[in-house]
Design a protein around this ligand. Structure first.
Ligand code: TXE
Length: 480
């Protein structure tokens, strides 16, 4: 049994009280490792270490900080296959996805922010005849980063990289459901010369260690990605303490497909945006609106392709979908499918658990599912399912498409398929979303602002937005 450890003050250690939690391999439904069930006292130890390290790290020339981070990134790259295999085992996703998306993007996140900090200029505002303002941007101090299980190392590094690059010391908590690659990262940080106490990784439950991080008075900012309810819990604790908060929460993203689109490309992209990572990406499109003239044709082709998508164990090269992340999550998603039926939906394909053979028989597999016949206000079209489940519906006008698309509490991402340039601009402008992809999906330029509106979150990650978040601006005026 692999024993995952916390990374505190440059050392790997168990929880102070010796307790642990089982970690499952979702492809087989068996426990394969254990993680520390860290508590308040572990957070205290990490905060003390971070406090001692902060003057060293924040005053270190940024070139040196950058060098250490690039070293970490290169060491992950050298062990890419090992990291991809570990991510896939921990999460259930196909190894090919972890190899081509998760791990390379984690490497890019580290390299991007390690170099972005070298180009991060502060602003100045000249006042004619009076003087000049300039803005100092200093690191905040000790910051907390809490990340989810769907893209484990990718989203973990998306937070810790800008936090570290900006000169902060970090207390980070990966999801207890997928802790393995964060643990491997801590081993790499030791090898790569990360100074002790700068970066601390604590494992365990949200209500134990996550809560202790959120409440700690010396942790001055929290960057969180996860469910909207958890975001609300964190905000209730952190806001009255006047902590800086960045919350990247759920989505119920619409895909709008106009009749003038490139049909084949729209179909291919919709397959990906619906079922990549078993639909467990906050950016996946889960409500698909198709203009009526192509509705039947699109539906038929989409259903046929989906019915053929191979659901299999993660190391199977033929697998388009692997396992969903955990048994409770599988049960939640299957419950959502049952609810859709109760609400009057028709399952066009999928709708059930897949039982594989042999050692994978207890794994958590769900057939990709398309549901038709539901109105915009039912729970299926309002609540985040976060699995391989989408609804489809026709629309007649651009106005109707926008009204449907904007009809939820969420506003993270949207996808528009059209060859009419003016329409693309118009629709993009009127969608209530932080991100719009036209004739594409999940194209990521790390410089762009990333995040949502409405209940999809507060603040933006990415590029200089992230460096702004992890620094405190101070305006200095000098009279001329
Ligand atoms: O996420 P949680 P869960 C959505 C998705 C999913 C639902 C619930 O709809 O079905 O959320 O998933 C930590 N204080 N997303 O329950 O709990 C937790 O340990 C501090 C969308 O797995 O939000 C983990 O590290 N931290 C999403 C992290 O929060 C707490 C990705 C996220 O877990 C905490 C994942 C607390 N009280 C799920 N409670 C996205 N936006 O991409 C939990 N945590």
């Amino acid at each position: 049994m692999i024993q995952i450890k916390n990374y505190i003050n440059g050392e790997l250690k168990l929880a102070k009280d010796g307790t642990h939690i089982d970690n499952y391999d979702p492809s087989r439904g068996v426990v394969y490792s254990q993680i520390p069930d860290s508590k308040k006292e572990d957070v205290e130890e990490a905060v003390a270490a971070a406090e001692s390290a902060f003057p060293i790290w924040s005053n270190m020339p940024k070139e040196k900080r950058s060098e250490i981070m690039i070293n970490v990134a290169n060491k992950i790259q050298e062990r890419l296959d090992e990291f991809a295999a570990a991510e896939s085992l921990d999460n259930g996703k196909p190894v090919s996805l972890a190899t081509h998306v998760d791990i390379p993007r984690a490497v890019s996140n580290l390299k991007f922010f390690a170099t972005a900090i070298l180009h991060y200029a502060s602003e100045s505002h000249y006042m004619e005849g009076m003087g000049v303002n300039y803005t100092l941007r200093r690191p905040i101090g000790i910051v907390g980063c809490i990340s989810p299980w769907n893209l484990p190392l990718y989203l973990f590094t998306w937070k810790v990289a800008p936090a570290l690059a900006a000169g902060n010391c970090v207390i980070a908590k990966p999801s207890e459901v997928t802790p393995m690659t964060a643990y491997m990262l801590s081993e790499i940080c030791i090898e790569a010369g990360m100074p002790k106490g700068v970066f601390n990784i604590l494992h365990g439950l949200g209500q134990h260690v996550g809560d202790a991080i959120t409440r700690h008075p010396k942790i001055k900012a929290i960057s969180f990605t996860g469910g909207t309810n958890t975001g609300e819990t964190i905000a209730k604790i952190a806001a009255p303490m006047f902590k800086k908060l960045s919350l990247e929460l759920g989505g119920k993203n619409p895909n709008i497909i106009f009749a003038d689109c490139d049909f084949d490309k729209a179909l291919k992209t919709t397959m990906l945006s619906s079922f990549a990572n078993q639909g467990q990406i906050c950016l996946c499109g889960s409500r698909i609106y198709i203009e009526r003239p192509i509705y039947e044709k699109f539906k038929e082709a989409f259903v046929a392709k989906t019915a053929k998508a191979v659901v299999s164990y993660p190391t199977d090269e033929k697998a388009k979908l692997g396992a969903v992340v955990s048994k409770p999550h599988m049960e939640k998603v299957l419950g959502c499918i049952a609810l859709a039926k109760e609400e009057g939906g028709t399952i066009l394909t999928g709708g059930e658990r897949v039982i594989l053979e042999g050692e994978y028989a207890e794994g958590y597999y769900i057939r990709p599912t398309i549901i038709e016949g539901l109105g915009p206000n039912c729970r299926t079209n309002q609540e985040e399912i976060f699995g391989p489940v989408v609804t489809i519906a026709p629309f007649d006008t651009e106005e109707e498409a926008l009204e449907l698309a904007n009809s939820t509490q969420y506003g993270l991402a949207s996808t528009v398929h059209t060859n009419d340039l003016s329409r693309a601009h118009r629709v993009a402008e009127n969608l209530h979303a932080g991100i719009v992809w036209v004739n594409s999906w999940l194209v990521r330029d790390l410089r762009t602002p990333f995040g949502g509106v409405k209940n999809s979150g507060v603040g933006r990650e990415g590029g200089f937005e992230a460096l702004h978040f992890f620094t405190e601006p101070k305006n200095v005026f000098i009279k001329s």
